[in-house]
Ligand binder design. Structure first.
Ligand SMILES: Cc1cc2nc3c(=O)[nH]c(=O)nc-3n(C[C@H](O)[C@H](O)[C@H](O)COP(=O)(O)O)c2cc1C
Length: 384
């Protein structure tokens, strides 16, 4: 295990290790959010402000973290959120995260914009796999991608609905790391200053968004393929389109990017299996409600008809406990395993999951609860 991983005790330690290894443009692409980054910060701040009211003397010598995530067993109430462009941080990054998830006994979601194909992930990672669909204007292309996920036996489809257009991410604009990507004096200097990262890129070649290769037949370079996705988001997509996807996909379906209780209730009516309360990690609309603040109303609105997962700002095991106490069935992790993988590949992604698992178990013990079903809203100060 590399020094940076062995001496990482928190997700923030892994974040700093990733920051040290990556060119600024790549780190900022992973770390940043839209516009003033209010939502990016709020997601995490709300977890910090939420106060626990623990119980004592309840024999916490044995802890069971087993969870039901959309009707199947998981070792922890966690899943990996979809992440595009991961291999720009390190070659083999998607596979590193997927394998770490399988070893930890939690589902992994592969993004449409991933740098590893649907089939390669299915071959490399033995665990539960979900495929995340971005809504593309080229519907036959998207249908074919979803069909590939079905053939490769992905357990569930995650439809991301908070991206009718891309968010305005100003760090990427300032770093010349936006679409269409082009080499400029600034980003070439940045890359050259990070020789360990650069030698990996030179050895393995520029990563490619493998799932969307062919979306634009003229696009052959890394940059052109990435740009073709950016130009292809379908801003006209609506509830009828989502219903069509629900009707065609034969397995479990989750809808990601929900904040409003009315939208959550409508998705419950459609016979989906979960809503994911998410603001895309603060990368889309800036100034939205933080996900932990949005959660209770969504939980109330769906009346137990489907599961509610949450992502955004989870950096401590205690955050997982807080989300479950406020009604989530589980939490999805975005940047936490990404920082780990960028810092140190599979060992780093695994380290991120181990850190969160250890903190989660310790938080359960210190709150006096022994299983997921014992975590309830009375553990949150102000709700007892
Ligand atoms: C670098 C990066 C790439 C992402 N790519 C996708 C994607 O392709 N599809 C998607 O639905 N969400 C994507 N997201 C959002 C995550 O799935 C998730 O909602 C978010 O990261 C959760 O917040 P957290 O990073 O604070 O855990 C991405 C996030 C990051 C940081």
């Amino acid at each position: 295990m590399s020094h940076s991983v062995a001496s990482a005790y928190s997700i923030e330690d892994l974040r700093l290790a990733a920051k040290g290894r990556l060119p600024r443009a790549v780190f900022d692409f992973f770390d940043g959010g839209a516009e003033d980054e209010i939502t990016l910060r709020e997601n995490a701040e709300v977890f910090k402000r939420c106060r626990l009211l623990p119980r004592v003397l309840s024999d916490v010598s044995t802890i069971d973290t087993a969870a039901d995530i959309i009707g199947e067993a998981a070792k922890l109430p966690l899943a990996i959120a979809p992440l595009g462009a991961v291999d720009f941080g390190r070659a083999g990054g998607d596979i590193a995260i997927a394998r770490a998830a399988a070893a930890a006994g939690i589902p992994y979601t592969l993004s449409t914009a991933a740098t590893t194909s649907i089939e390669r992930i299915a071959d490399a990672a033995p665990g539960r796999l979900w495929f995340q669909a971005y809504i593309l204007r080229n519907q036959p292309f998207l249908d074919a991608l979803i069909e590939r996920a079905r053939i490769a036996e992905y357990e569930a489809l995650v439809v991301t609905v908070d991206l009718p257009v891309g968010g305005k991410r100003e760090r990427d604009l300032k770093n010349d790391f936006s679409i269409p990507f082009g080499f400029t004096r600034k980003n070439v200097l940045d890359f050259a200053r990070h020789p360990r990262w650069l030698s990996g890129i030179l050895r393995h070649g520029m990563p490619v968004m493998e799932n969307v290769k062919g979306l634009d037949e003229a696009a052959t370079s890394t940059a052109a393929i990435a740009s073709s996705v950016g130009r292809n988001y379908d801003a006209a997509f609506n509830w009828d389109g989502l219903q069509r996807m629900r009707d065609r996909w034969p397995r479990k379906m989750l809808v990601k990017g929900i904040l409003h209780p009315g939208d959550a209730a409508r998705i419950a009516d459609m016979g989906c299996d979960a809503v994911i309360v998410s603001n895309h990690g603060g990368r889309q609309l800036d100034g939205t409600v933080a996900t932990l603040d949005a959660l209770p109303a969504v939980v109330k609105a769906v009346e137990g008809r489907l599961q509610v997962l949450l992502d955004g700002g989870v950096r401590r095991g205690g955050d997982i406990l807080k989300a479950i106490a406020l009604g989530a069935n589980g939490v999805m992790l975005g940047r936490a395993p990404l920082y780990g993988a960028a810092a140190a590949g599979e060992a780093g992604a695994a380290r991120a999951l181990t850190i969160l698992k250890d903190e989660f178990i310790r938080s359960m013990q210190l709150c006096g609860v022994r299983s997921i079903s014992e975590i309830d809203v009375k553990l949150i100060f102000g709700n007892a």
